[in-house]
Ligand binder design. Structure first.
Ligand code: COA
Length: 204
């Protein structure tokens, strides 16, 4: 998307894929980020942390997600390796310890990409850890620390984040997962959005 600000006069909320430049971060259309502390255009710098090119890890966020102020995505360089007898990152300081620069990545454990589905709401100051996958329609509560995968349409909260409840009964969840409304053409979304908004799954 080219448009940065979805709301006239509001520079605290951005369409994320209009401001993200890093090719290893993929953001779906209409996904928004709101920040009332820092410039939301600095999302890559302030919210995607310990994310260095050497790991070739990706942050993938689907369409129509809502990411609240201060939510953070913590990547692999944050994980001092636990395979070592010490958590001190000797390989990082290869010059002082006369180690091979090519082994620098052995300083941390690589848990992989962070993948967020579509229509996911991530609450204020939540933290998503490396390797976590969050399913479509899930909700992450305020200040949760998400260490494990979250199934679709599931609400999680706390540290470590645990399931609070499912958003809907299994029939509706199955229906929503089959519909994948976020992939519809915009005209169809516009037409059926009142039903989405009002919980009229029977009309979809
Ligand atoms: C997670 C959330 C969606 C739950 O909403 P809800 O289902 O209406 O919540 P309830 O108040 O009915 O609480 C349900 C249970 O979850 C717990 N809970 C609620 N929010 C929680 C949170 N952030 N972390 C941990 N537990 C939480 C409640 O204590 C309650 O526990 P209990 O069943 O043991 O009594 C909501 O509390 C939340 O965190 N929303 C995010 C708000 C936000 O950050 N907005 C940013 C601006 S977009």
């Amino acid at each position: 998307m080219n448009k940065i600000y979805p709301r006239k006069g509001d520079t605290q909320t951005v369409y994320l894929n209009a401001v993200v430049k890093d090719p290893s971060i993929e953001i779906g259309d209409y996904t928004i980020y709101n920040d009332f502390v820092s410039d939301p255009c600095l999302f890559e710098q302030n919210n995607v942390l310990y994310h260095y090119p050497i790991n070739h890890e990706r942050l993938i966020i689907g369409k129509f997600c809502s990411i609240a102020c201060g939510a953070k995505f913590l990547f692999n360089c944050a994980n001092h390796t636990l395979k070592s007898l010490s958590t001190y990152t000797f390989p990082l300081f290869y010059e002082d310890w006369e180690l091979d620069k090519a082994d620098v990545a052995s300083a941390w454990d690589n848990k992989g990409d962070i993948v967020i589905g579509n229509d996911v709401w991530i609450g204020y100051e939540a933290v998503i850890m490396a390797g976590v996958h969050i399913g479509d329609g899930a909700i992450v509560g305020t200040r949760a620390v998400v260490t494990k995968d979250v199934p679709p349409y599931t609400i999680v909260g706390g540290i470590p984040a645990k399931e609070i409840r499912k958003r809907f009964n299994p029939d509706i969840i199955n229906r929503m997962q089959a519909l994948k409304w976020w992939n519809w053409p915009v005209d169809k979304i516009r037409e059926l959005m009142p039903y989405l908004k009002d919980g009229r799954w029977d009309k979809l």
